[in-house]
Design a binder for this molecule. Structure first.
Ligand SMILES: NC(=O)c1ccc[n+]([C@@H]2O[C@H](COP(=O)([O-])OP(=O)(O)OC[C@H]3O[C@@H](n4cnc5c(N)ncnc54)[C@H](OP(=O)(O)O)[C@@H]3O)[C@@H](O)[C@H]2O)c1
Length: 257
């Protein structure tokens, strides 16, 4: 009986360890992105967070463990400059996206809303990967962030649905083009962040109630739930070209916000 197993068949214990790795989370100073930055840091990574705001750690102790960079991903030259300054990294997560309702509707008088939304979310995600890729190692990874609306459109949010679907297609395409670097997308369901201040307090409370009552997980999603999934995608060496639902089962039930 063979006493040695070869490299291919040797069982490996799965590890979520990111010790010694550098993770960049674009859109990592708030909400879901911050949850991802915190999960990566807890797994041992050194983490850089990038977005437009400049947040002082004294006022935002949550950000103290991270290197901070100011970046507007809608500005290609700024993205190029930011990744020149960042240098080598192991894992990139692009969680940023406009959440201020400025995406417009299909029958608006002009196409400013969709142009600006797609420029930021789709072309901004594209630009981040374009300028990060030369600095990623072969065992590195890229993770995009979309949302359930990519698969289940909502009246009035055509630009968000279309842009998210384009980001997911970009992820699949880049998994082929950039392999062995792995490229995946996380598609969250309801996550309890400041995003929901887009609704009135009463409407937001009603949404939370519906989530608790109808989602199979029977609770509100938290940024850390997405953070956990992101660390999985960074560390699992054989997952690429996927869209991972982190929804508490939202995609299985009938609900609308
Ligand atoms: N919360 C949910 O239930 C949910 C569900 C599905 C999908 N999503 C999606 O998940 C993403 C994150 O949402 P969130 O809930 O975490 O809300 P959030 O806290 O408002 O996150 C949005 C982040 O994107 C950054 N950002 C926006 N425009 C940017 C730009 N041009 N350049 C660089 N950074 C930019 C913001 O930082 P600065 O303001 O500092 O630039 C902010 O950190 C969004 O795309 C959202 O549509 C959210």
């Amino acid at each position: 009986m063979a006493t040695h197993q070869n490299e291919l068949t040797k069982p490996r214990s799965p590890s979520y360890d990111l010790t010694g790795k550098r993770v960049v989370v674009v859109g990592g100073k708030t909400g879901i992105g911050l949850g991802i930055a915190q999960a990566a840091h807890a797994a041992g990574a050194s983490v850089t967070v990038a977005s437009r705001r400049s947040a002082h750690s004294a006022d935002h102790p949550d950000l103290a463990p991270f290197e901070q960079i100011r970046l507007d991903i809608g500005d290609e030259e700024a993205v190029r400059g930011a990744f020149d300054a960042i240098g080598a990294l192991d894992h990139l997560v692009v969680a940023a996206g406009p959440t201020d309702g400025s995406w417009g509707t299909f029958m608006d008088d002009d196409m400013r809303g969709v142009r600006s939304y797609a420029n930021s979310k789709f072309l901004g995600s594209w630009a981040c990967v374009r300028y990060a890729t030369p600095r990623l190692p072969p065992d590195g990874s890229i993770t995009f962030l979309t949302g359930g609306i990519a698969a289940r459109p909502k009246v009035g949010m055509t630009s968000v649905t279309s842009t998210f679907a384009a980001v997911e297609a970009l992820g699949r395409s880049l998994a082929l083009e950039l392999g062995p670097i792995r490229v995946n997308t996380i598609r969250p369901g309801f996550i309890d962040t400041d995003f929901w201040t887009i609704l009135s307090e009463a409407d937001a409370a009603a949404v939370r109630e519906k989530v608790r009552a109808r989602f199979p997980a029977r609770r509100l999603g938290q940024p850390g739930d997405v953070g956990h999934a992101a660390v999985f995608l960074m560390t699992n060496p054989y997952v690429t070209g996927t869209v991972l639902d982190v929804t508490g089962g939202e995609h299985l039930v009938d609900w609308a916000f």
